[in-house]
Ligand binder design. Structure first.
Ligand code: BTN
Length: 330
């Protein structure tokens, strides 16, 4: 869309950019540039114009769009970036694009999800104008047979993106919740397709949802969930900045995969599960009986070493754990 391209040029320029330069760069008429600028102003962008100098961006609203995100990325990255105002789930949209042959690195991002999916069949609240809801397609060159490394690497990648975008540190609750002040600000849902013959994973849809500008949560989750804004006294953040940093981090993850020790080291640094009392729930029985013990360490394969109350020591590879002191668990 021309509006996205014009926005990209105006956003990237720290000074005035002339209408002539824009029309030349985009191969469109000056009138078309004027119309695009008018539409951007209607969206809330404060763009001043001066007869001799051209256009200058004075203020940006917190709007996600292909233009606002790709302005912060290298030019070629926009090719595999799809933005929607509203979808049921970015994971679902990307899954169907993957089945039509979308390339590794394709990103689907939306301002709003009507059916955002969480782990274990739960829903993920995805209101408009508040969060970053993004799915990243990863097709490893040689298949692999366990997903835990990838979801844990992703937690590190998103933590780094938040740090780069806004300067904040986050923590990781095993296996891949990101926390700020001990409450959840980000969830990750990785869905895979497995090659029948080898059992290797060949396509991964990595779904990432970050609570950025929400000002409140429904009572049933307010003890668990928070947003970056709530934890910073109601300050609002530009989501396009975070979206672009997540894309950069995930591109780096894809090129580092599978042979970098950075992710395990950083995961261990950020993790706040070890040393705590936990209750572990086996795969399908979160509401059933859990087993209580102490989380001892993160193993090299990102599994969690736990010493249970009966003295047995086990490595948890998947499932869910409640951590004492987090999410209202006392
Ligand atoms: C969880 O913590 O339970 C995982 C939440 C994952 C939410 C993200 S938002 C983008 C992507 N699309 C979805 O439907 N879910 C993931």
């Amino acid at each position: 869309m021309l509006k996205d391209d014009v926005l990209k040029l105006i956003l990237r320029e720290n000074d005035y950019i002339s209408g002539e330069t824009i029309s030349h760069k985009l191969g469109v008429s000056r009138a078309a540039v004027n119309t695009a600028v008018k539409a951007l102003r209607e969206d809330g962008y404060e763009i001043t114009s001066s007869t001799n100098k051209g256009y200058l961006l004075k203020n940006s609203p917190d709007l996600l769009s292909k233009g606002s995100i790709s302005a912060l990325l290298p030019d070629t990255r926009a090719e595999n970036l799809l933005y929607f105002d509203s979808v049921d789930s970015t994971n679902n949209v990307l899954k169907s694009l993957a089945s039509e042959g979308a390339v590794s690195g394709t990103v689907v991002i939306a301002d709003h999800q009507t059916g955002g999916k969480g782990r274990r069949g739960r829903s993920f609240a995805s209101p408009s104008g508040a969060g970053v809801y993004l799915s990243y397609l990863f097709k490893p060159e040689s298949g692999f047979d366990k997903i835990s490394d990838l979801t844990s690497w992703t937690a590190v990648a998103v933590a780094d993106a938040i740090k780069n975008a806004y300067g904040f540190d986050t923590q990781i609750k095993w296996v891949n919740d990101l926390l700020m002040n001990r409450k959840k600000i980000c969830g990750i849902l990785t869905e895979v397709s497995v090659e029948g013959e080898s059992g290797f994973i060949d396509t991964c849809i990595i779904g990432i949802g970050v609570n950025v500008n929400e000002s409140e949560f429904p009572p049933e989750i307010s003890e668990i969930a928070t947003s970056i804004s709530i934890e910073n006294g109601g300050m609002k953040f530009i989501r396009a900045k975070l979206a672009s940093e997540i894309i950069r981090s995930m591109d780096k993850l894809a090129s580092d995969w599978p042979g970098s020790s950075y992710y395990l080291d950083r995961y261990r640094d950020l993790n706040i599960t070890t040393g705590s009392m936990i209750t572990a729930y086996p795969r399908m029985a979160e509401n059933g009986q859990g087993r209580t013990g102490t989380a001892i360490s993160i193993n090299d394969d990102f599994s969690l070493k736990v010493e249970f109350a009966d003295g047995s020591v086990e490595d948890l590879k998947s499932g869910e754990v409640s951590v004492r002191g987090l999410y209202g668990y006392t």
